[in-house]
Every structure is written in structure tokens, then in C-alpha cells.
Ligand binder design. Structure first.
Ligand SMILES: Cc1cc2nc3c(=O)[nH]c(=O)nc-3n(C[C@H](O)[C@H](O)[C@H](O)COP(=O)(O)O)c2cc1C
Length: 607
């Protein structure tokens, strides 16, 4: 990481902050704000402290390494599309016919020799310092507490290395890790993830599970940790493929797990499968808190590190954040891997305000009736794609998927209730909207066909439509129509919700001549003029099976749910910055933001 810091100074416009700053809220808030800027930069905090615990740490904190697309590309040393092309070639390899074809294949096959990680006999630079069990104290690491309501400090860029019970499969996953005390960490591997599958094996066998957590080293390690590799494939293979050199691994001191030799900090230990601990709450990348739930815990045996380690961390919360850029690379690189199951897929895009699993747009060469539906089922059935809640498919003649305005227009001109599929399936463990955990509504929109014929029967102005609505239901507070030039304009309203929106929708049915698509959000903490955050809110807040009605016009209920909606789980709150901390950082000149910025990204609750 020290090399990375030097490299970032030259290549990444690294910002270095030498002022003492608290690991609780201050450092995370600065990084959170920085990465929302158009010209966001990585930051090195050289003097992390913890005022409450009276600690001055002896290692710096490096954040926002994936601060923007340009830097992400530099970390890969090539555009992610070039990596994708390499994978595509490999997937299409055919047995060569004749000598000349064999010769042509040599460079590709030669490149494969770099893929397999090497297990070294020697120890690594990451083991220069060894902390014995009796001396272990996680308080010596500058572990961040990001949000006021977080259940404690969390390691947010931990590379979690595990292996199957028989030792044949290895895995690297990026999971957050809650610090409980001096020597225990919470293992937040969600139920669908590889480490959780290994954990099940150890639990059944009644054996302790070895785990090693690494921090730092080549930034590509952590990217590989979040990459959705198929079950059973070690992410270090992908590392070797991207870097064009084998990952060099050394054995942990106290267990059999291998980790990269050049990481900065290594935390080794065992998980006792008979013990679970309450994990969370934690302000997550959905922009909501994930609530308390039991997760396995690791007892630490040994910590090893370099002589001068750097502590790498990230912040998750409302988009856009560092995971936007990590996710962008993932999206590009995994395109060829989707093609074997959906060969006519041309491209796909997961906008960051859809927080990845809440929205995917796919462009396809449509060959037959039902083709888009076939893709929906394929996506919902495979690996981590199956978490996607809302999938929209467009035809090959559609504009660029990343052109938000043009693509929305295209979709709205083709939106037809008879081409909307609402079904059920597995959902991300972080989803908060379904009536029960892990299974919930799925929405698929087939917008691959020609434009629909009819638009709004009798279009009227916002003010007129609002007063008509208010005469039917006085809980409706604001109204704004978007994309009125399309066949299916979106009528957005905010409400002061006192009862189920089904009652309101029933009352509004008589206005069907004026409405094609109605979207409802709470007035609280939503700005009707901010489509970026409105999209974030709505795709986060709905369970399609419960919250979408197709007749007489399409209605989407994006309000927070409670008992009045038949929802009996706890509804989590938004991740908000702490006002006092923001004010203080602003006064000290460490951040420079105005009211518009605060409102745009929902940094503080609305008055
Ligand atoms: C910033 C960030 C934080 C993440 N935190 C978690 C987490 O706490 N738990 C989890 O299961 N997945 C988390 N993920 C997603 C996993 O890293 C991702 O699903 C990965 O592919 C899992 O690897 P696996 O399939 O080998 O288990 C996170 C991803 C990112 C980018």
C-alpha cells in the first residue's frame, strides 16, 4: 500500500490530509462527500485518532482508491472492456485445426499460465511483524465507525479468505467485519455467498472454520473479492488473468489459509460454528441501515503485518460512492460471462442509483416473441444476477444504455402493461422491502417492441392535475410530471402517508384520462425535483408483487411500508450524516459543501 500511495500521488491526484481526524464519523464523512464530487479523488488520512477511546493510531487510512473511472482503469492497467475481450476469447476457444491455427493459439494459452496462484514456501512481507495471541488488540487498527447508528466500528475493505471443509475450494469474498472487542470480528457473509456455503460444511461437521482476513496490498485484490465469480472458482484466478501475473500466496501463520504475500495487514483466526453474535445495525450501500441479525464470529489467533502498513477502507451509503466505480469494472468484465446463457445480449447497465441489484437495463437482439422474458428468467436464475429486482430489456435499436434521458424516453414509448412481468424470486439479503426476508417480488419490463400507439388521453398541466388529485385525497402534497413528450409520462406525487396507498390509488382511478404512470413517494426526505435520488428511493422501496398495480394506469407505490401495508418487519432508516460532524468539518475547512449539495445527495434529513 505504501507503493500504492506513492503511485497515487503521481497517477491518482491523491489528497493527503495531515490533520488529526477521528475514525468515528469524521474520516468516513470526508471520504463520503469526496467521492460524490464530479472530480473525486483518493484520500490519505495520515493522522487517524479516536477521541472517545483516546487513541492515536500509528498507521494511515487510505480511502477512495476507486475514486473515479479513470483511476479504476489505471488500477487495472487497461480498460475493463479489454479484460472482457480477453475473457470472451477464452470462452470461445475452439480446438485448433492444423498447425497454423495451433501456432496462433500459443499466445492465448501462454497467457493462461499466469492465471493460477502460486503458493510460496517462504513467509511474506505481510508477516514482517507478528502479534501473538495474548497481545492482540483490534483497537490498534484505525477501524472506522461510518454512521452514527452503526452497531460499532467495521472493517469495510477486508479481503476474507476461506476454504471448503475438504480444502479443495478456496474463496476470496469482500464482506464487512464488525469489531466487537479486542479480538473478535463479525463475519457478515450473507446466506447466498460462498463463505457462507463453506461455513455450513464446517457447521455440519462440527468443526471450527479457519478464516484469514487481509487488508491492503494490490488494490485489485479487493476488487476481486467483490467480483461475482461462479461458486467454486477462486477469485485469485481472475486476479492472475487481469494482472497477467500469478498471485503469490503465503500460508497464514496459525491456519492453512493462503493469502497474498504483499497485503498490509493479516488477521487470522477461527470461527466456531456453534456461536453466533448479533451483527449491525450498519449503514449499507443501499443507503439504508441493515438491521441487527445474528452472524458468525471469528476469534483472532494472530495478527501479522508489514513494518509500515496502510489501512485501506471504504464508505458505503447513498450513491454515488466508491462501489460505483468498482461495480462499473465488474459490469464490463462480466458481460462475456453472461453471454453463454443469453447469447443475444448486446450490453447491460446497472445504474449506481439502482444500487446494482435494484435495477438492470439490458440491450438485446430480439429474435422471437417472449425473448425478453426468456432473458428475465435466465438473469433471475443465475448466480448473483438472481438478486436483481427490476429488469428492463430494450431492443438493439435503443440508444446507449447509459444515456439516462434517451433510454428512459425509449422505454416509456414502449411501456405496455401486457409486456410487464411481475413474479417472485430470491432477493439480496440486504433488501428491506419484501414482506419476508430473502424472497420477494420481481419486475420485468419487455420494451423491445415497437412504440405503443396511445399516449395520455387528456394531458393536463401539473397544477391542474394536482388540484384534481387533492380534491380526491388531501394527503397528496406535490406533483410533477416527467417525460410528458412520451406515450407514458411519469406522474410523480409526494404524500403525507397516513394509510395504505391502495386507498389513495382507488380514489385516483377516476383521473385515468390524465395519467399513464403514477409513482408515489413520501414527502419526508424526498425531493420531487431530484430524479436521481427519486429513482434510488423507488427501486429500493418497492416489492413489485405488492407495490405495483397495472390497471387502469400503472401505479408504483414507492412509499415506506408499515402495518397499514400488511408489512410486519421493521422498516430501516436512511443513512444520514451527523449534522454536528458536517458543521465541524466545514468550519475547519476540511469539506466545502453547500445546502444544494446536502439536499441533492440526501446527506441530512429534510426539515
Ligand atoms: C463495498 C462492498 C461491501 C460489501 N459487503 C458485503 C457484506 O458485508 N456481505 C456480503 O455478503 N457481501 C458484501 N459485498 C458483496 C460481495 O463482496 C460480493 O457479493 C462477492 O461477489 C461475494 O463473493 P463470494 O461469492 O465469493 O462470496 C460487498 C461488496 C462491496 C463492493
Amino acid at each position: 500500500m505504501n507503493d500504492v500511495v506513492e503511485w497515487l500521488k503521481e497517477n491518482g491526484n491523491l489528497k493527503v490530509i495531515d490533520e488529526p481526524l477521528d475514525v468515528e464519523l469524521e474520516i468516513p464523512h470526508i471520504a463520503y462527500i469526496e467521492v460524490k464530487k464530479n472530480d473525486s479523488r483518493p484520500i490519505l488520512f495520515t493522522k487517524p485518532i479516536n477521541r472517545a477511546k483516546n487513541i492515536e493510531y500509528d498507521m494511515p487510512v487510505l480511502m477512495n482508491i476507486f475514486a473515479n473511472k479513470e483511476l479504476t482503469q489505471k488500477i487495472f492497467a487497461k480498460h475493463p472492456d479489454r479484460v472482457a475481450e480477453g475473457i470472451d476469447k477464452l470462452l470461445k476457444l475452439k480446438p485448433p485445426k492444423g498447425f497454423i491455427e495451433k501456432l496462433k493459439m500459443i499466445p492465448e494459452l501462454f497467457a493462461l499460465k499466469n492465471v493460477f496462484p502460486k503458493r510460496l514456501k517462504a513467509t511474506g512481507e505481510c508477516q514482517e511483524v507478528i502479534v501473538a495471541k495474548k497481545d492482540i488488540d483490534l483497537d490498534k487498527l484505525p477501524i472506522l465507525k461510518t454512521w452514527e447508528e452503526d452497531g460499532g466500528p467495521f472493517i469495510t475493505m477486508g479481503q476474507v479468505y476461506t476454504q471448503s471443509l475438504d480444502g479443495n475450494m478456496q474463496n476470496l469474498g469482500m464482506y464487512r467485519l464488525q469489531q466487537y472487542d479486542k479480538n473478535h470480528l463479525g463475519m457478515h457473509w450473507q446466506i447466498h455467498k460462498d463463505a457462507s456455503h463453506f461455513f455450513d460444511q464446517y457447521q455440519k461437521a462440527g468443526k471450527k472454520m479457519p478464516v484469514t482476513v487481509a487488508i491492503g496490498g494490490d488494490p485489485l485484490y479487493i476488487w476481486c473479492g467483490q467480483a461475482p465469480m461462479p461458486h467454486g472458482m477462486f477469485e485469485m484466478l481472475l486476479y492472475g488473468f487481469v494482472r497477467g501475473k500469478n498471485a503469490q500466496l503465503v500460508k497464514s501463520i496459525s491456519n492453512d489459509i493462503y493469502i497474498p504475500r504483499d497485503v498490509d495487514i493479516v488477521i487470522e483466526g477461527f470461527v466456531d460454528p456453534t456461536k453466533m453474535e448479533i451483527e449491525g445495525p450498519f449503514g449499507d450501500h443501499t443507503g439504508y441501515y441493515t438491521l441487527e441479525e445474528p452472524y458468525p464470529i471469528m476469534e483472532i489467533e494472530t495478527i501479522t503485518m508489514k513494518k509500515t502498513p496502510v489501512f485501506q477502507a471504504t464508505v458505503v451509503g447513498k450513491p454515488p460512492l466508491e462501489d460505483k466505480y468498482m461495480g462499473w469494472a465488474t459490469e464490463r468484465i462480466f458481460l462475456p460471462m453472461l453471454k453463454p446463457m443469453a447469447p443475444d445480449l448486446i450490453d447491460y447497465y446497472m445504474p449506481e442509483n439502482g444500487v446494482f441489484h435494484n435495477l438492470i437495463l439490458g440491450k438485446m437482439k430480439t429474435l422471437y416473441k417472449g425473448h425478453a422474458q426468456q432473458f428475465m428468467h435466465a438473469f433471475w436464475g443465475v448466480g448473483q444476477m438472481s438478486f436483481v429486482k427490476h429488469a428492463i430489456f430494450v431492443n438493439e435499436d435503443a440508444p446507449e444504455l447509459e444515456d439516462d434521458s434517451a433510454i428512459t424516453e425509449y422505454i416509456l414509448n414502449r411501456l405496455d402493461p401486457s409486456k410487464i412481468l411481475i413474479t417472485q424470486g430470491i432477493i439480496d439479503a440486504l433488501d428491506h422491502t419484501a414482506n419476508e426476508t430473502l424472497v420477494g417480488g420481481k419486475l420485468g419490463i419487455d420494451a423491445t417492441d415497437i412504440e405503443v400507439e396511445n399516449g395520455v388521453e387528456e394531458p393536463i398541466k401539473d397544477s391542474e392535475l394536482l388540484s384534481k388529485m387533492q380534491s380526491l385525497d388531501n394527503n397528496i402534497l406535490e406533483l410533477k410530471q416527467y417525460f410528458t413528450h412520451t406515450k407514458n409520462p411519469i406522474c410523480m406525487i409526494t404524500v403525507n402517508k397516513t394509510d395504505s396507498m391502495k386507498i389513495t390509488i382507488e380514489k385516483l382511478k377516476e383521473l385515468k384520462a390524465h395519467i399513464k404512470v403514477l409513482i408515489i413517494v413520501d414527502k419526508t426526505n424526498n425531493d420531487i425535483d431530484e430524479p436521481y435520488m427519486l429513482l434510488w428511493r423507488v427501486v429500493n422501496n418497492i416489492d413489485a408483487g405488492r407495490d405495483i398495480i397495472l390497471e387502469p394506469f400503472i401505479t408504483v407505490d414507492g412509499t415506506n411500508k408499515s402495518k397499514v401495508d400488511g408489512f410486519n418487519r421493521e422498516w430501516p432508516g436512511d443513512t444520514f450524516c451527523t449534522k454536528e460532524t458536517l458543521d465541524n468539518l466545514q468550519k475547519r475547512g476540511l469539506i466545502d459543501i453547500d445546502e444544494a449539495f446536502i439536499k441533492k445527495f440526501g446527506l441530512l434529513p429534510f426539515d
